[in-house]
Design a protein around this ligand. Structure first.
Ligand SMILES: Cc1cc2nc3c(=O)[nH]c(=O)nc-3n(C[C@H](O)[C@H](O)[C@H](O)COP(=O)(O)O)c2cc1C
Ligand code: SF4
Length: 471
């Protein structure tokens, strides 16, 4: 592998030297502040709600719910870990399907009448864990991520895709074995789905969540609709039609769950799908750049014309919270979750993963500059590893983002935010090294978790199965 590992940079200077060598524009503070002095400890008011600091936990599912969509002990353990993390903003917990056919796997949580009590108690577990560790919860903001997995749905069998698409996409259709239009959702299907989003939101409000995330990222249905340029009818073609799904869900929530706040997690840019090249390094596949929302004419760069229009629309709809992410873990994971070691169905990094981190950070900062009234949570920081706190402090201090979202890092190192804010030196052995086992495991039909570093998962028999499957 051509790229030096982050763990090999023994000083902040060495890390910054590498950024300079790569000509990456990514601020990083040499001096870290703790306690009240820390920019990361400064509270923020979001859509009228108090959030105690600048760390946010990104949604991460574990493929570990029951077949009827309720949380298990493993799900509860993860949410309790989110609670003890020290982050004061929980963006959605994990993807929760609004109806069965939209589940990404047969173990994804589902919000419905039968499950609402269990999902409420999952949130209570998180609050309880947070209160035990930090003494108060009045500055903790917790939302629920609502989703339909669309093209990537596998509701009944881990090995059987049952895609529900917004439009044809030759490259992705081929990968999923789609040969005709039968997977496409009709306008009536979408109208019914909008009702499911609204009723799941009403239930989320009853369960005590302060906001719902109407998910529009990672190639799932909401995201695919944003680029449904070839789709006929009410939900395709013009920008207005492609955002109708979001607008109708939002107006339904305003009518039926007044007071419930709304956020949107958006893939703010997308690239062409990638595949493994001859030397197993990722290369762009054929594909249609028009289907990459926020992508440029080649499908290999960013064009913010439409993402910025989306932000404007969200502002008009009264949505203040946005969580930025990019691309999709299924077809271009290197732009979404930069990693040194690819997941089993992935490809070797086509760029130093630090480039991928910087791309997301700068893209978020760009949108923040254009839409200063919105509150931005950024993603994709985990690959920074030992230097994550330095970059996090710098980007918040410089107003490039309002809150630093953490994904994989909190699977291996759940209380990293608390350590950073309290000025406790990082525990190196807990730092996520982006081994990607948490992505590979579900691809192999197993529950997700940090098998290499979390002692709980390390001790599981699945660890050995995973090793064998990888070989
Ligand atoms: C195991 C796993 C599960 C994930 N599940 C979700 C999810 O349910 N919803 C979502 O929006 N993103 C999900 N993501 C993406 C993360 O929220 C995040 O965007 C990504 O990991 C990049 O951030 P990081 O560099 O801090 O890991 C998941 C990521 C991982 C590794
Ligand atoms: S399995 Fe653990 S170390 Fe590997 S990417 Fe996931 S969280 Fe990081």
């Amino acid at each position: 592998m051509a790229y030096p590992r982050v763990a090999s940079f023994k000083s902040h200077e060495a890390f910054v030297d590498r950024l300079t060598q790569l000509e990456i524009d990514l601020p990083s503070d040499a001096e870290m502040f703790a306690g009240d002095q820390s920019p990361l400890a400064s509270p923020i008011r979001v859509d009228g709600l108090d959030v105690g600091n600048r760390f946010c936990i990104l949604p991460m599912e574990g493929w570990d719910g029951t077949v009827d969509g309720k949380p298990t002990d493993l799900t509860r353990r993860r949410w309790r870990n989110f609670g003890i993390s020290g982050a004061k903003w929980i963006w959605g917990g994990e993807a929760v399907a609004v109806q069965h056919d939209g589940r990404a796997n047969p173990n994804q949580l589902v919000m419905n009448k039968e499950n609402v009590g269990d999902i409420e108690s999952l949130k209570d577990d998180l609050f309880e864990a947070h209160a035990e560790r930090f003494g108060k919860t009045d500055d903790l903001l917790v939302g629920l991520q609502l989703t339909h997995s669309g093209r990537w749905a596998k509701p009944n069998d881990k090995t059987k895709p049952e895609p529900k698409t917004a439009q044809r996409n030759p490259v992705l259709d081929k990968r999923l074995g789609i040969n005709d239009d039968s997977s496409m959702l009709t306008d009536d299907d979408l109208s019914h789905l909008i009702e499911s989003f609204v009723s799941a939101s009403v239930m989320a409000q009853k369960a005590g969540f302060a906001f719902v995330d109407v998910k529009h990222c990672h190639g799932y249905l909401g995201h695919e609709l944003l680029s449904a340029v070839d789709r006929p009818g009410r939900f395709g073609g013009s920008f207005e039609n492609r955002t109708r799904f979001l607008r109708e869900i939002v107006s339904g929530i305003h009518a039926e769950a007044p007071g419930l706040k709304i956020g949107v997690r958006v893939s703010i840019f997308d690239y062409l799908p990638y595949r493994s090249g001859e030397d197993k390094v990722g290369v762009p596949d054929d594909g249609d750049p028009r289907l990459a929302f926020g992508g440029d004419e080649q499908g290999l760069g960013i064009n913010f014309d439409e993402p910025s229009m989306l932000m404007e629309l969200m502002e008009q709809l009264g949505i203040e919270m946005v969580c930025t992410t990019a691309g999709s873990p299924y077809y271009n994971p290197h732009i979404q979750r930069p990693a040194y070691f690819p997941p089993s169905d992935g490809y070797g990094p086509p760029e130093d993963p630090l480039v991928g981190v910087a791309r997301q950070v700068q893209a978020t900062a760009d949108l923040k500059r254009r839409h200063p009234g919105m509150t931005f949570v950024g993603s994709g920081y985990t690959y920074l590893q030992d230097w994550l706190p330095n970059v996090a402090q710098a980007v918040v201090r410089q107003g490039m983002v309002d809150s630093v979202g953490l994904g994989r890092m909190v699977l291996s190192y759940p209380d990293l935010p608390a350590d950073v804010i309290e000025g406790t030196p990082m525990t190196r052995k807990k730092v996520c090294r982006t081994f990607s086992d948490c992505t590979t495991a579900p691809r192999k039909g197993m529950i997700s978790g940090c098998y290499p570093l979390d002692p709980y998962y390390k001790a599981m028999p699945e660890r050995e199965l995973l090793k064998a499957a990888k070989e």
